[in-house]
Design a protein around this ligand. Sequence first.
Ligand SMILES: Cc1cc2nc3c(=O)[nH]c(=O)nc-3n(C[C@H](O)[C@H](O)[C@H](O)COP(=O)(O)OP(=O)(O)OC[C@H]3O[C@@H](n4cnc5c(N)ncnc54)[C@H](O)[C@@H]3O)c2cc1C
Length: 464
Amino acid sequence: MPDYEMIVIGSGPSGRRAAVQAAKIGKSVLVVEKGRRVGGVSVHTGTIPSKTLRETVLNLSGWRERGFYGRSYRVKQDIGAADLLARLHKTLDHEVDVLEHQFSRNGVKTARGEARFVSPYDIEITGETGEHTTVSGSHILIAVGTRPFRPDYVPFNGTNVFDSDEIVELPRLPRSLAVIGAGVIGVEYATIFSALDVQVTLIEPRSSFLDFIDKELIEEFVHELRDRNVSLRLGANVGSIELGNDGRPICRLSDGRTVTTDMLLFAAGRVGATDTLNLGAAGLDVDHRGRLKVDPKTLQTSVPHIYAAGDVIGFPSLASTSMEQGRVAACHAFGLEPPPPPEFFPYGIYSVPEMSTVGMSEEEVRRREIPYECGIARFRETSRGHIMGLNTGMMKMIFSVKTRRLLGVHIVGEGATELIHIGQAVLNLKGTIDYFIENTFNYPTLAEAYKIAGLDAWNRMSRV
Ligand SMILES: Cc1cc2nc3c(=O)[nH]c(=O)nc-3n(C[C@H](O)[C@H](O)[C@H](O)COP(=O)(O)OP(=O)(O)OC[C@H]3O[C@@H](n4cnc5c(N)ncnc54)[C@H](O)[C@@H]3O)c2cc1C
């Protein structure tokens, strides 16, 4: 008899959700976590810390009120690293507390240590003091997530050159910051620091960024960043990074330009945390980025009783989707049929301003040659926007001219990551433009933008 019906390696969103789901149907579950506390990248270095930092910056800087009182408005004059960290630690403690309680309430056992396979069913756990324990499981979920990609040419030093896991514990606030990599993480941190009046340079080798987002939204976003003096260095590779005589990082770009700043954040990619798992003993293999391949419907690896979920399986690498994958894996392992995943899930980018998107972009609709029409609403057209002093913010909706169905919603501006869920519901319920025209929305709200954008599209479509 194996020791556990399910062993979960990693306590991030996918591991946590799988463990609780398996426990809820009466299975014996062990979660192995090598970190000091449960929660994973999501709680300790990724999602929650970056979002807490963002919220603290927006609150202390008075960012949300500047549209009304002017750009010089501040809630707190001298914001230091300690101000940011105080709220961070409080929030993380609370998150860990909730998670530990959830595990104990559901009878999920936890073991602290690093897990590695010794056979397809046996896991060796190495504790903090080097002691080994071996446990067996009839099902195993690999939920080890990722760690930052740290190429040799970057002089990481924990003082002024950081990766995206280290930046959450930064010792002081820089006057200037270079961010390498304009993916979601790079863009979020670049704009959060810029909201603190740090002079930010965002460096990206490709000539565009966040290509999965509707181009018109990105144009709006870029316009706002330029207006705030964020320097964008797109289309140039990083040739070298060295520390100058004064210790400041100097970044030499392939187009001949040089960027010298107080601090540098390297946020160009992450790799699967699979190198110490001894996957060979389980008969498994990874790709060049350390990621595992699974059946997308069941989350099984090529060894049927071993599942993998979360960032370690790659796209879309979100806490939100990782949780769902964990649940699907646990349900499949124990013969429960989880409902099929919805056709569309939302993306939230917690930059300043935030962006959120669900469904098809205009570029994708064109590629598929679907006859379409767009409706646009500006937040300043809503009364709520006036009350809040919003000068920026935009919503774009795309509808099929033939079926009138909603195809995509794209929002940049205050509350985008919350507002998107109305669009998500209509989209996944296969709703049409009529939903937005016929329904009454609370007044005054930013959600009224749905009505305005809907009417905008409807007016154009009725002419067609
Ligand atoms: C800066 C940043 C911001 C982000 N913002 C968002 C956001 O706003 N919204 C969103 O949805 N997603 C966001 N994400 C992504 C999100 O954090 C990940 O998608 C999510 O954490 C992945 O969950 P996971 O289940 O794969 O496990 P992870 O959270 O990656 O955790 C894996 C755990 O496994 C443990 N582990 C690894 N190897 C072993 C081993 N051998 N033995 C034992 N334990 C091991 C690790 O210590 C870790 O605790 C962000 C990520 C980053 C880095």
